[in-house]
Write a protein that binds this ligand. Structure first.
Ligand SMILES: *[C@@H]1O[C@H](CO)[C@@H](O)[C@H](O)[C@H]1NC(C)=O
Ligand SMILES: *[C@@H]1O[C@H](CO)[C@@H](O)[C@H](O)[C@H]1NC(C)=O
Ligand SMILES: *[C@@H]1O[C@H](CO)[C@@H](O)[C@H](O)[C@H]1NC(C)=O
Ligand SMILES: *[C@@H]1O[C@H](CO)[C@@H](O)[C@H](O)[C@H]1NC(C)=O
Ligand SMILES: *[C@@H]1O[C@H](CO)[C@@H](O)[C@H](O)[C@H]1NC(C)=O
Ligand SMILES: *[C@@H]1O[C@H](CO)[C@@H](O)[C@H](O)[C@H]1NC(C)=O
Ligand SMILES: *[C@@H]1O[C@H](CO)[C@@H](O)[C@H](O)[C@H]1NC(C)=O
Length: 321
């Protein structure tokens, strides 16, 4: 009974933390505005986001060689995108020119990739895609579909949120990674389901070295390499997970000297930073929110000694009395 109760409290605490995290969960440099993450927030009289500083483009039920050029420079797709390589479809877009989608940050509807094409091994064309809104769904259910593709990895390194709709990743013969991604970190609501089935076998993935870098946390990764992690085991240095941040100085045993480096970085929580954030203090090369006792806060640094009332100070106080 006691055990059940403490488990329940633990469970509620976890859920609260996740819900809070997601509400606050806009990617860096973006703010939450009317439930969407945007660069700057102003609403028109219908409550729609004013995104006049970004190029908004309509969606399409099929990207073809004829319409692909109209997506050059688009930041927000107000609609959905489908890329299909099923046999018999004419004007299929060459995967090599899909990087026209590089500027896309938000897809308000769904993103669907279907059918095999050996030239399309990952979705790096959408490497700047941060949000799939899911305000329009495929088959009334899905906001992200990878169906019978030739993808080996997903590589959507900027994707921070799938705001609504289910995830459907099925029958992608060569696809690794998808099963191990912590989709809970990307979806917004616990009612969003993941249908992830019948992709590449884990044993094949291991053999072909299609596995997460060992600096990735257990949240999984988008592809191999330390720049493809959902989050880092140790430190995030500009999008790449590292075991330690670049040092300011290092002992060189060949020359027997300490070498100084101008590109050293401070560690703060799980990040490497060139400058400590405001309201933090430096101790060694770490930024801390509190200076550990008996050290105390200087202007920017934790000072090594506790505050000492020197003779002079005491005298001064005495004199003033
Ligand atoms: C949208 O914002 C821009 C400036 O960011 C402003 O010039 C424009 O008038 C706004 N449009 C509407 C409809 O509010
Ligand atoms: C997006 O599309 C909706 C209709 O689906 C429309 O009401 C809205 O004005 C569009 N927004 C922009 C910025 O184009
Ligand atoms: C994506 O695929 C291309 C080949 O199509 C490859 O060169 C590149 O390394 C892949 N990127 C990732 C992150 O897997
Ligand atoms: C995936 O492909 C199969 C076979 O072509 C089809 O039956 C199914 O409806 C597709 N699913 C989605 C979500 O498009
Ligand atoms: C990802 O989710 C797990 C549990 O669902 C949570 O512990 C972790 O803090 C989340 N990580 C990020 C980066 O949101
Ligand atoms: C040590 O210094 C030598 C001479 O400057 C240099 O060639 C070498 O790369 C340095 N070793 C390390 C580990 O930085
Ligand atoms: C700072 O460096 C000193 C000496 O190298 C070490 O004893 C101490 O644990 C370090 N403190 C932190 C917070 O890293």
């Amino acid at each position: 009974m006691m055990r059940n109760l403490s488990f329940l409290i633990f469970f509620i605490a976890i859920n609260y933390a996740t819900a809070f995290n997601k509400k606050e969960g806009c990617p860096k440099n973006l703010i939450l505005c009317n439930d969407v993450c945007v660069k700057s927030c102003s609403l028109d009289k219908n409550g729609q986001i004013n995104s006049s500083n970004e190029k908004v483009c309509p969606g399409t039920d099929r990207v073809t060689s004829n319409n692909i050029d109209s997506y050059r420079g688009c930041n927000i797709i107000n609609g959905s995108i489908t890329i299909s390589y099923y046999d018999g479809k004419k004007n299929s877009v060459n995967p090599k020119i899909l990087n026209i989608f590089n500027s896309v940050r938000i897809i308000n509807g769904y993103l669907k990739i279907e059918g095999p094409n050996k030239l399309m091994q990952n979705l790096t064309a959408f490497k700047n895609l941060e949000i799939i809104g899911g305000d329009e769904l495929c088959d009334d259910s899905y906001s992200f579909v990878l169906n019978e593709t030739s993808l080996t990895s997903i590589a959507l390194t900027s994707l921070k949120q799938i705001s609504a709709g289910d995830i459907y990743i099925k029958s992608n013969e060569y696809l690794c990674y998808a099963h191990d991604i912590s989709w809970n970190n990307i979806t917004k609501s616990p009612s969003q389901y993941f249908f992830i089935e019948n992709n590449n076998e884990k044993s094949n993935c291991l053999l072909s070295l299609n596995v997460c870098d060992n600096q990735c946390s257990s949240n999984g990764c988008w592809s191999s390499g330390p720049d493809q992690c959902l989050s880092c085991k140790k430190f995030n240095n500009d999008g790449t997970c590292v075991r330690e941040c670049p040092p300011f100085a290092k002992y060189n045993s060949t020359t027997n000297t300490v070498e100084q480096f101008s590109n050293g970085k401070y560690t703060y929580k799980h990040e490497c930073l060139s400058k400590c954030p405001e309201k933090t203090w430096v101790i060694n090369t770490t930024c801390v929110d509190f200076c550990p006792f008996p050290k105390h806060k200087g202007t920017n640094e934790c000072l090594p000694e506790p505050v000492i009332f020197t003779k002079n100070l005491i005298t001064k106080i005495t004199n003033e009395k």
